[in-house]
Design a protein around this ligand. Structure first.
Ligand code: SAH
Ligand code: SF4
Length: 390
C-alpha cells in the first residue's frame, strides 16, 4: 500500500474526508489540524510540519509547494508527488460598489456554487455553501427547487473561504483578516453533510487556519434534530434555525422537514444545544423569511412570540428574495416593520436582514439556485465570464 493510501485510510484522514484526485493525491486544503498532523506523520515527517503547512495554505494563500521555503527541497518534491492544494476555480467574480464581492466557483469533480462576501462596518461576512443543491425542498428556496446533486468535500467548503480571503491578499496579522464571520447559509443543508462541514468549520476556527472566533461562525439549519445534538458534541459554533413559521401546520408546508422533526422536537433540541454551552453561549438565531400573506400577519407574530417564550433567541426577519418561478411575494416594508415592532414589544431582539450587494444580485439565501440558469440567461453576466484562479 502506498504512503498516500495508508494516510487516506488512517482514521484521521477518514474523518477529514480527504479529497482525492484521479491521481490519488491528497488535497491538503481540506485537512483540519489533526488530520494535517496525521498526514505528515504518515509520510515520515514530524507532526509540527502540519501547522507549518496550515499556515502556508490558509494564512499565506499558497498552493505551490515549491514556494514553501521552510520545507527541505526533498520534502517539497515528495509533497508534490503525493499531495496537492487544489482550490475551486473562479469562473466569475464581481465586486460591488458597496464592497460586496461575489464569486462563481467551479469544482473539478463537478458543479458550481456562488460565494458572497458582505462587509459591514468592522465585520466581513462570508456566505458559504455546503452542498450542490439541496434535498429538503423548502417551498420558498431556489436551491431546494433544483434538487440535490452532491455533498461538497471539506476542501470544497473551505476552498470558498480560501478564495475570499486570498482576494484580499495574505493574512499578515489578526488585524488583516477581512473575513471575520462565516455563515453556512449558501446552498445546501449543512447538517446533512455533517462530517465535511464540521471539518471545514474546524479549519475556520483554527489558529493556523482562519482564526475566526467561534461566535462568528454560524451554522444555519432547517432543523435536522438529531444532527443538532451531534453538532454540539463536536464543535462550538453559533446556531441559526430556519424557522419561518409559528406553527406545525404552516411549517409543514414551507419547510417539509418539519413533518419529520416538528416544532415540539426542534425547540427542545435548541434548548439542549444552549445548555451544552451554558456558561458562555447566548442565543440561537431564529430566521424567519417574510412571505406576503403567508406568514407575516400580526396573528403570526403573536403566535411566534408565544412559541419562543422559553427559548433564548434573537429573531432575524429575512425579506423574501423572489426568483423566477417562485410562487411567493416579499412582504411589504410596512408588514415587516409591524411584525418586527410586535416582537420587540413582546421583549424579543428582532432584526431585519438588510439586502446588500443588490447591484450584483448577491442576496444571501438565494444563492446559486440560478447560477447555471442565470449564467445562460443574462447577457450582462455572460459577457463578463472570465476564468481566473484567484
Ligand atoms: N439549508 C440551511 C442553510 C442554507 S439556506 C437552512 O435552510 O437554514 C440559508 C437561509 O436562507 C435559510 O434561512 C433559508 O431559509 C433562507 N432562504 C432560502 N431561500 C430564500 C429566499 N428565496 N429568500 C429569503 N431567504 C431564503
Ligand atoms: Fe435546503 Fe435550506 Fe433551501 Fe430548505 S432553505 S431547501 S434546507 S437550502
Amino acid at each position: 500500500m502506498s504512503v498516500v493510501n495508508s494516510v487516506i485510510n488512517s482514521a484521521d484522514a477518514e474523518k477529514a474526508n480527504v479529497a482525492k484526485t484521479g491521481a490519488e493525491k491528497v488535497n491538503l486544503l481540506g485537512l483540519d489540524s489533526e488530520a494535517m498532523e496525521a498526514f505528515f506523520l504518515g509520510i515520515g515527517e514530524k507532526a509540527f510540519r502540519g501547522n507549518q503547512m496550515m499556515k502556508w495554505i490558509h494564512h499565506l494563500g499558497h498552493s505551490d509547494f515549491s514556494l514553501m521555503t521552510n520545507f527541505s527541497k526533498s520534502l517539497r518534491t515528495h509533497l508534490a508527488e503525493v499531495a496537492e492544494i487544489r482550490p475551486p476555480k473562479v469562473v466569475h467574480k464581481e465586486y460591488s460598489k458597496d464592497g460586496t464581492r461575489k464569486w462563481v466557483l467551479e469544482f473539478t469533480s463537478g458543479g458550481r456554487v456562488e460565494t458572497v462576501f458582505i462587509p459591514d462596518k468592522k465585520r466581513g461576512t462570508l456566505c458559504v455553501s455546503s452542498q450542490i443543491g439541496c434535498s429538503l425542498d423548502c417551498t420558498f428556496c431556489s436551491t431546494g427547487k433544483q434538487g440535490f446533486q452532491r455533498d461538497l468535500t471539506s476542501a470544497e467548503i473551505i476552498g470558498q473561504v480560501w478564495i475570499a480571503q486570498n482576494s484580499f491578499g495574505p493574512i499578515e496579522n489578526a488585524g488583516d483578516r477581512p473575513v471575520t464571520n462565516v455563515v453556512m447559509m449558501g446552498m445546501g443543508e449543512p447538517l446533512l453533510n455533517f462530517d465535511n462541514v464540521v471539518t471545514a468549520m474546524k479549519i475556520m476556527l483554527a489558529d493556523f487556519g482562519y482564526g475566526i472566533s467561534k461566535r462568528r461562525v454560524t451554522l444555519s439549519t432547517s432543523g435536522v434534530v438529531p444532527a443538532i445534538d451531534r453538532l454540539s458534541d463536536q464543535i462550538d459554533v453559533s446556531l441559526a434555525i430556519s424557522l419561518h413559521a409559528p406553527n406545525n401546520a404552516l411549517r409543514n408546508q414551507l419547510v417539509p422537514i418539519n413533518r419529520k422533526f416538528p416544532l415540539e422536537e426542534l425547540l427542545p433540541a435548541c434548548q439542549r444545544f444552549l445548555e451544552k454551552f451554558e456558561s458562555n453561549r447566548r442565543r440561537i438565531t431564529m430566521e424567519y423569511v417574510m412571505l406576503s400573506g403567508v406568514n407575516d400577519s400580526i396573528e403570526h407574530a403573536r403566535e411566534l412570540a408565544e412559541l419562543l417564550r422559553d427559548v433564548p433567541v434573537k429573531i432575524n426577519l429575512i425579506p423574501f428574495n423572489p426568483f423566477p418561478g417562485s410562487e411567493y411575494r416579499r412582504s411589504s416594508n410596512n408588514a415587516i416593520r409591524r411584525f418586527q415592532a410586535y416582537l420587540q414589544d413582546a421583549g424579543y431582539i428582532a432584526t431585519v436582514r438588510s439586502t446588500r450587494g443588490d447591484d450584483i444580485d448577491a442576496a444571501c439565501g438565494q444563492l446559486v439556485g440560478q447560477v447555471n440558469d442565470r449564467t445562460k440567461r443574462s447577457e450582462r453576466w455572460q459577457n463578463k465570464i472570465q476564468v481566473d484562479n484567484q
